[in-house]
Ligand binder design. Structure first.
Ligand code: 6GU
Length: 268
């Protein structure tokens, strides 16, 4: 998978060199290219913002640098049949060019649709994503319109709170997407029953986990986990997941399939 990120704070994205995403890049499973938006400015001060039409507080990101940046990035992936850097099929997934000629454009904004596990799965299946994290009050609307005519554009929010810019949301989204790529997580099973994985425990949150030692500061392990009885362990895990979901995310219970619940749940 190829990811391009256009930002005025390239250093904000340094965590992408670390841990799971950093290792996926080093292994060639992820081709991440970080671009400084100011490289597509032409004035002495590398201006990327201006005052809003209609008045109001804050500044708005000017359309011209974004237009030049996105045209240049999109152009780099079309025509030649590879990513444009001589490294055909850097993702190693058999994908090589033609279908990547058009990236999906992911626009982080608190006004976007919610970023969910379902969207992470959908985006993880794309060969090429371009992220446009903005600062200030956001990007001139005409940029989103312009590329909406040519590309699949997704305006996405990571939650109901306001951040100072889209860089932290990009870190969040890239990690959620990268761990779903084939071969990136050590064990392909390990995201099968993640909280929020489709079909996982009928959409319940994950329950508590334990490891050695068997006693720590006078606290033991639930007996059932030491019983070796796989049926009882599965039932216990499901009950704990249900309990935690009722406590922390009752909204998920009402959304879940009633067939997933039984008499014991209704007594909780
Ligand atoms: Cl994607 N951007 C900003 N600036 N704030 C947010 C957000 C995005 N998602 C939640 N809050």
């Amino acid at each position: 998978m190829r990811l391009d990120i256009v930002t005025i704070f390239p250093e904000y994205l340094e965590p992408l060199n670390v841990s799971l995403v950093g290792k996926a890049r080093a292994r060639g499973q992820l081709d991440v290219r970080i671009h400084d938006l100011r490289e597509w400015t032409h004035d002495r001060h590398n201006t990327v913002d201006d005052t809003p039409y209609g008045g109001g507080p804050g500044m708005v990101m000017k359309p011209e640098p974004w237009g030049e940046a996105l045209d240049s990035i999109i152009e780099s992936g079309s025509g030649s049949g590879d990513s444009g850097d001589g490294s055909a099929d850097a993702s190693g997934d058999g994908f090589d060019g033609a279908e990547a000629a058009r990236p999906v454009l992911v626009v982080p904004t608190p006004s976007g649709k919610p970023f969910t596990q379902q969207l992470a799965v959908e985006l993880s299946e794309k060969p090429w994503l371009v992220f446009t994290p903005a600062r200030y009050e956001g990007i001139d609307r005409r940029v989103i319109e312009e590329y909406g005519d040519r590309l699949d554009v997704r305006e996405v929010s990571i939650g109901d709170y306001v951040l100072a810019g889209g860089e932290a949301p990009v870190l969040v989204m890239v990690e959620a997407i990268a761990r779903l790529l084939p071969g990136v997580l050590g064990n392909a099973e390990s995201h099968r029953d993640d909280s929020f994985a489709p079909g996982a425990m009928a959409d319940l949150l994950e329950g508590p986990v334990y490891t050695k030692p068997p006693q720590w500061r006078g606290r033991g392990i639930p007996d059932v986990l030491l019983s070796g009885h796989h049926g009882k362990i599965a039932r216990w895990r499901r009950d704990e997941a249900f309990r935690r979901t009722v406590e922390n995310r009752p909204d998920l219970i009402h959304r879940a399939d009633p067939a997933a619940f039984d008499k014991k749940d209704r007594e909780t």
